[in-house]
Ligand binder design. Structure first.
Ligand code: PA5
Length: 443
């Protein structure tokens, strides 16, 4: 199992004990379904309730895409793409582009920005590709995703013909509402439903994450198994001190109350960059409301030790770190010996590269703790589907508990509507005439 180490979190056993009743009350409310946002708790028992029949449906759809596409574009934003991207990048070869011999389709992402150059370059790249599209939007109306999908749908139909396009375009959206559902039904696309009671950022273990991950060639059954084991390991009967979600939620809230307003998620493996991004959204969007909430930041070490290291070591003391530490890499690479030793690195000859990385990790932890930065470590035995499943469920459940201890509704996101309203008013969307007039007067 993955393990949470709080020994260097700079919190005392008394402080952790003192907050136990609040954490227990938050977890109870979550488990009993009588907390704020309780209409969005469908993610809690997803891992243990997924059926073999559902997994087969996802696998069959993935197989159709794998057989008919060399490239699959996942169109989605926020919770509708970050989880899939996090898992695919964590498990994939760092040089997938260059090394792919065709055994798995390349997975690309779109619909998560409105960059004209990005979309132009994507459509250019796809010109000679046998590509398919997974269009993911719970509301079915998100502008970034809808815009990208409009382009991709037309290009897919033009390039591959209407019949093939119908086979290789898949929709993952609401059961009834939204433009994505209307299009899927009209065009006869294979479609999957995002359950009503699962919010975007908690949806990676629904088809939103599972289908792209399966298309990329990874084992979704193992991912679910990992999540299900973590569901068990954090169930209500597990004592506080042994429940990693309760402990993580407790320490975060203790530190926040002490003025540690920023949590930095740290990895020492570049493949985890998008796990950081997924986590950033999960916690940022769940807790940042009502004038409260830890600001979520993320760094890739040791890369960012050469850019953000100074700030973390000696800047304002308002931060704490959570490090995801992978115990055993998937490959072995030794530092070679060199006769001339011009770089002076022969003292490392014969050691694994990971040993150097681990010492960088340990040295950084001790330096940052000395600099007054509390440090938690999530120790993960290997970077594979099973442990990623555990990590996903661990972070989701801890997020629910932590947000409830903070006394916010962790499952809504009213704040993300503000920019959309302004954008529609500025673009003159029908129905926004009054807002359009008002906003133009402000310019
Ligand atoms: O977590 C969330 O709710 C958001 O990040 C959404 O997933 C994101 O805004 C995309 O929304 P939709 O899936 O409706 O297109």
């Amino acid at each position: 199992m993955i393990k949470l180490d709080i020994k260097k979190a700079l919190v005392s056993a008394e402080e952790v004990a003192a907050i136990e009743s609040e954490v227990a009350a938050a977890q109870r409310a979550l488990e009993e379904g009588n907390c704020a946002g309780n209409d969005f708790l469908g993610w809690m028992h997803l891992p243990s309730s997924i059926t073999a029949e559902f997994m087969t449906q996802v696998q069959e759809c993935a197989q159709v895409l794998r057989e008919n596409c060399d490239t699959v574009v996942v169109a989605g934003i926020g919770g509708s793409y970050l989880g899939a991207r996090a898992v695919i990048e964590a498990l994939g070869n760092s040089f997938q582009w260059l090394t792919n011999k065709g055994e798995n389709p390349n997975i690309l992402f779109a619909g998560n920005n409105i960059g004209e150059d990005y979309l132009y370059e994507l459509t250019e790249y796809l010109r000679d590709k046998k590509f398919g599209v997974i269009n993911i939007s719970k509301s079915g109306t998100t502008t970034e995703t809808a815009l990208a999908f409009r382009l991709l749908k037309k290009q897919c139909e033009d390039q591959r013909g209407k019949d093939m396009a119908r086979r290789v375009i898949v929709a993952i959206t609401d059961a009834k509402r939204g433009a994505a559902r209307t299009t899927a039904d009209k065009e006869g696309y294979t479609s999957f439903v995002i359950p009503d009671n699962v919010g975007g950022r908690f949806s990676v273990l629904t088809p939103v994450g599972l289908l792209p991950i399966a298309v990329a060639g990874f084992d979704i059954a193992k991912l679910i198994q990992g999540a299900a084991d973590m569901e068990k390991a954090t169930s209500p009967e597990v004592p506080y001190a042994e429940n990693p979600c309760a402990q993580y939620a407790a320490v975060r809230n203790i530190l926040y109350r002490r003025g540690k307003k920023i949590e930095i998620m740290v990895n020492f493996q570049p493949k985890l960059h998008y796990m950081n991004e997924w986590w950033k959204q999960l916690y940022g969007e769940s807790e940042g409301k009502d004038g409260k909430g830890i600001f979520t930041a993320a760094v890739d070490f040791s890369t960012d030790l050469h850019s953000m290291g100074q700030w973390i070591q000696e800047g304002e003391r308002s931060i704490f770190e959570t490090v995801v530490s992978i115990e055993e890499p998937e490959h072995k690479l030794l530092v070679p010996s060199d006769e001339e030793n011009l770089d002076g690195l022969n003292f490392l000859a014969g050691k694994r590269v990971d040993e150097v990385n681990k010492m960088a990790e340990l040295g950084t932890q001790l330096a940052h703790v000395d600099g007054g930065v509390p440090n938690m470590r999530l120790v993960v035995p290997r970077l594979n589907e099973y442990y990623l499943g555990q990590m996903i469920y661990f972070f989701e459940k801890a997020c629910g508990i932590s947000g409830l201890v903070l006394q916010v509704n962790p499952f809504n996101q009213p704040g993300v509507e503000a920019y959309k309203k302004n954008m529609f008013a500025l673009l003159g969307k029908p129905g926004y005439e009054k807002e359009s007039e008002a906003i133009k007067a402000r310019l």
